[in-house]
Design a protein around this ligand. Structure first.
Ligand SMILES: NC(=O)NCCC(=O)O
Ligand SMILES: [Zn+2]
Ligand SMILES: [Zn+2]
Length: 470
């Protein structure tokens, strides 16, 4: 049966959105949410459907929106090991029904070529819906004009890098010019804020001292150099009159920069990722090259930084939790840097675990239940122009729903995850809570812990501009 003729009712769950918690039945029609009514009331009893899903004792939450993934991303001479097919399937297993991935402009290439290449990778294979940001790694007059065209067609956010000289790096002039363009066309600049020029000096000095192990990746990428770059990005955006979204914030000092800017009234936003909330430099320091599994940039930090990140998430100095999912297998990929940490491909797998890890944060008392949904669903949808359709449960929204069992116990492991990568960054971690059933536009993608989706169900999502600024 196609989604256009399917009527489904989800009965008896606690419907949790970023703003409300109500025991309600949810009626789905033509792939969208048609109505909600308090469970047990005549209005709810009047919902008739071909399919009834019993959510008694469970939560019914919006499908997660992961606004930071890198499927098949080229890095360090290899490619992220999840394809759009495997990565979106793993996302679905974890209750994420929308990803926004990063199309890459190669140096010397146009934005259009990069975007076309990413469309070709994703089209017809995704299990859940997807949109694109654009990585701008070669700012010049043509690129700037192309930014306008992309915003008009629904690619409304652009990532720039203050890190990775010679690869994705932009200097301050290039950043300022892109920000000025975004100020004019409504785009949102997403910034990888680390001082890559200074870091490269420290990398060479460390290697010259024979410091080749994974833990030195964390030591050379200093907290101060993230804070400095965050400060510089904020002030460049201020000069340009542009909004700014800082990705993968990992240190106390960077949160402070964001908080100060927001107190000044600047349209500045921040994202962190589960790895900075749950993992630390202890993992990077694991012996026998095991630390390579945890090499990502910004790097994992000493545990002391986690309190500031949690506080930022509670006080709204940080608005979004995304995964920065960028998996590389330990065997054959992370191993490229066995003798030189700077050759370890940067990135961690995580798209499958974000909803669960943030639910664990609810259980642990770091955040409340509605804040969980705000950070994982509503805020990323709003930030990247998808809210209304994605990120909430309300009449007219896409019926992207998760039936979530808050009492189930699970242990995260490479043996049971669905990401195409040979290790888990969270191996052995116990989680209270588990995704049971996932609907994407009313279609069952996960049904009581069985995969019932299909490649090609996921559609491309053109996006509007940032809805925090409207
Ligand atoms: N984060 C990371 O280590 N890899 C992906 C690329 C990026 O986001 O900088
Ligand atoms: Zn980055
Ligand atoms: Zn990233």
């Amino acid at each position: 049966m196609s989604s256009s003729s399917r009527r489904t009712v989800v009965r008896g769950g606690l419907v949790v959105t970023a703003s409300d918690e109500t025991c309600a039945d949810v009626l789905i029609e033509d792939g969208r949410i048609a109505a909600l009514a308090a469970s047990g009331t005549p209005a709810a009893e009047s919902f008739t459907a071909d399919h009834v899903l019993d959510a008694t004792g469970k939560y019914v939450v919006p499908g997660g929106v992961d606004a930071h993934t890198h499927m098949e991303m080229p890095f360090g001479g290899t490619y992220a090991s999840d394809t759009f097919e495997t990565g979106t399937r793993a996302a679905a297993w974890g209750g994420t029904t929308t990803i926004v991935d990063f199309a890459v402009q190669t140096r010397g290439g146009s934005l259009r070529e990069g975007l076309d290449a990413w469309h070709a990778k994703a089209e017809g294979v995704c299990a859940v819906d997807y949109g694109f940001h654009m990585i701008v790694s070669d700012v010049h007059e043509e690129t700037l004009k192309e930014m306008d065209l992309l915003v008009a067609e629904g690619v409304t956010s652009f990532k720039q890098f203050m890190a990775y000289p010679g690869v994705f790096y932009s200097d301050d002039g290039q950043i300022l010019r892109a920000m000025q363009r975004a100020a004019g066309n409504g785009g949102l600049i997403m910034m990888h804020a680390e001082n890559g020029i200074a870091i490269d000096v420290l990398v060479q000095q460390a290697l010259a001292r024979g410091e080749t192990a994974p833990r030195f990746h964390g030591e050379v990428r200093k907290a101060l150099l993230e804070a400095e770059a965050t400060h510089r990005a904020i002030r460049l955006a201020q000069v340009a009159g542009a909004p700014l979204y800082v990705v993968h914030v990992s240190v106390t000092e960077a949160v402070a920069e964001l908080a100060r800017a927001r107190d000044e009234g600047l349209p500045v936003f921040g994202e962190t990722c589960p790895q900075y909330l749950f993992l630390s430099t202890d993992h990077l320091a694991e012996p026998d090259f095991e630390g390579a599994k945890y090499v990502c940039s910004t790097p994992l930090r000493p545990r002391e930084h986690q309190a500031a990140l949690w506080r930022g998430l509670r006080t709204d100095d940080l608005q979004v939790v995304s995964t920065d999912h960028c998996p590389f297998c330990f065997t054959g990929q992370k191993e490229l840097g066995r003798d030189d940490f700077s050759k370890i491909p940067n990135g961690l797998p995580g798209v499958e675990h974000r909803m669960d890890l943030l639910h664990q944060a609810v259980v642990d008392g770091h955040i409340g239940r509605r804040r969980w949904i705000e950070l994982a669903c509503a805020a990323p949808a709003r930030m990247f122009g998808l809210y209304g359709r994605k990120g909430t449960i309300a009449p007219g929204a896409d019926a992207d729903l998760v039936i979530y069992d808050p009492h189930a116990e699970q242990v995260l492991s490479a043996a049971t995850h669905h990401m195409n990568v040979d290790y888990s960054a969270y191996e052995g971690k116990r989680i209270t809570g588990r995704v049971e059933t996932v609907l994407s536009r009313g279609e069952p993608v996960i049904t009581e812990r069985r995969y019932t989706g299909r490649p090609g169900h996921g559609v491309y999502l053109p996006r509007s501009t940032c809805q925090y600024l409207n």
